[in-house]
Each structure stands twice: as C-alpha cells, then as structure tokens.
Write a protein that binds this ligand. Sequence first.
Ligand code: XIL
Length: 342
Amino acid sequence: APGLDAVARKKGMRFGSAVSANPRGGSFDNPAYAALLRADCGLLVAENEMKWQHLRPAPDRFDFAAFDRMLGWGERNGMAMRGHNLLWHRRKWMPRWLEVQDFGARPATEAARILTTHIRTVTQRYGTRIASYDVVNEAVTPDTGDLEETALSRAMGGVEVTLDLAFRTARAAAPHAELVYNDYMSWEPGNARHRDGGLRLLEGFRRRGTPVDALGVQSHIMTQGADGHAGVLAQQDAWRQFLKTVSDMGYGLLITELDVRDNGLPVAIGPRDRGVAEYARAYLDATLAFPQLRDVVAWGMCDRFSWIEGFEPRADKAARRPCPYDEAYRAKPLHAAIATAL
Ligand code: XIL
C-alpha cells in the first residue's frame, strides 16, 4: 500500500509524525520505528527536543545536540521538519529556571531579552531548514478560555504583549517561515470555552497586526463510548463553524498532533480499534473539508511509544491504542482510515 504521505501529496498535502531522540520514545534510532516514518512520513516534528527544557537548560546555555541529530536524520531521509515550539506559554511546561527567574530592576526588558534571544538563536541557527514553526503553544486556559499568565508575561506586563513579541521576533528572524499558533481546542463538546478563547486570541492577533499565518489544531481527539460518540458527531456543525471563522480571518490550518484517546470503547481490541478508526475518520472528514488544511501530523506512529498511556492511563487498565500502528508495529484500522480521509 502507498504510504500516507504519498496519498496526501496527490492532493497537495503532506503527512508526518512526531519523532523522538529518546530511546524509550518513538526514536529514529530504533530501526523498526524509523521504518514506519520512512513508509508514511514526509514531515517530522520533534516530540520534545526543541522545547525550552531540552534546548535551553539554563538562561545562557543552549544544547542543540539532540535536535541537530534528529534534523540531520530527517534531511537524509528527504523529510521536512516542523519547529515545535518557540514558546510553550503555560506555567507547567516552562523550564524551572524560567519560572523562578529574577528579572531584576527592569523586569519587562529582561524578560523580553530572554524571550527574543531564544527565538532568534533557534530560528537563525536553522535558517531555511525549518519552514514552519509553532511559535506559541497553548496560551489559552481550557476551562475558562482566558489567557494563561506565566513568569514571562507577568514580567512583561501582559500575555498579549508577550505573544505578540514572540511572533514579531520570529517573523523578523525567519521571514521565510510559516508562523503558527498551536493549541488543543478540539471538536469535543467540553471544548467550547477553549475554542471561544482561541477565537478571541486569533481576532486579537489580526486587530493588532501580529504576524500569525495559521492555526495548528493539535487534534488529541477523544472517543466517548457509543453514546457520547453520537453526541460528539452531532457537534460537527459547531466544529465546522469554528474552522470557518478561523479561515475567514485569513488563517491557514494544520493538524499538528493527531492521536485518539479510546475512552469508553470496548476493551476487546477488534471493536476498539474500529471505534478509534471510525471516530478519527469522522473528525478528519469534517476538518479536511477545509482547503486551508495542508498538513496532517500524527503525535507518534506506534502505540508502543505513545505519550497518552503515561499522561492518562485507561481507567480499565487496558493499554491505550491511539496511533496508526500497534505495539508490534502492525498497521491498524486507524492507518487505513487516515489513508481514506486524506
Ligand atoms: C508531550 C510529549 O509527547 C511528552 O513526551 C512530554 O512529556 C510532554 O509533552 N501538546 C503538545 C505537545 O503541544 O508538545 C505535547 O507533547 C503533547 C500535548
């Protein structure tokens, strides 16, 4: 069967996946995982290696070794690499040193210096080798839709000025690159506040002339069992309306982190994998109906390495099955569903 990227290319789209440099993750050093990437992917994204915690262990020290190795591997295999991310604007994902940083007598100036140094250092190092960046990741608090404060935004005197500075700095330092705001507002009914908050943020970017090109829809989607499933499918109109509002503002769209949480589905693997595949198919059909949607990136190709199992283990203790391939690297119905939807 042709790989997913080959299927996507026929429509002028691309398919890709997250990859790790950690031997316990979905690593390009693991020949079996690397084979899945080669079979299906034209695009890669570092699962963790470009985040501040990894790239910048201390305020004035950068460590590019892991990411450089990954980028080199991708290039040798003809794959493009997305940059994820230049600022994960949530307290719990900032490096410890940044949260406890003493910004001195002129906190706004010092915080801006730390932020712009980061963005310039990373984007200038990679130049045109990276054509698309998640400049800001997850600035909206899901429960309220409000913007989240961090040590940086408190020092700078506001969240909007902080995010605007991130995008402006990225535009100036990497004028060739697509600049993305990336977040996990999704089509589940419980996500309405998050979506509304996202829309307010995107409207604000346009009003202030902040250079943002596209919305990255993470797409960590979640089945709700047979009943809830129907409830979510009934929400498709709200989801289409959301994507229409975003694209009417002139934003492009990307699916940046697709995986499927199999909540409420039977433990038996056959029906569970089919439930996951059907759910993803419905989601992809609704979302790919927008011609603005160009790239589809999975957050890992293989159940064996998915972050979901550690982040939210299944209540019934069955191992989660969120990815296109199972723990033995065999293609699942989700793989076929993506190929059909593309
Ligand atoms: C996750 C990684 O998969 C984990 O290994 C890490 O411990 C935490 O981050 N949204 C994002 C991704 O934007 O960067 C997150 O990745 C998953 C949720």
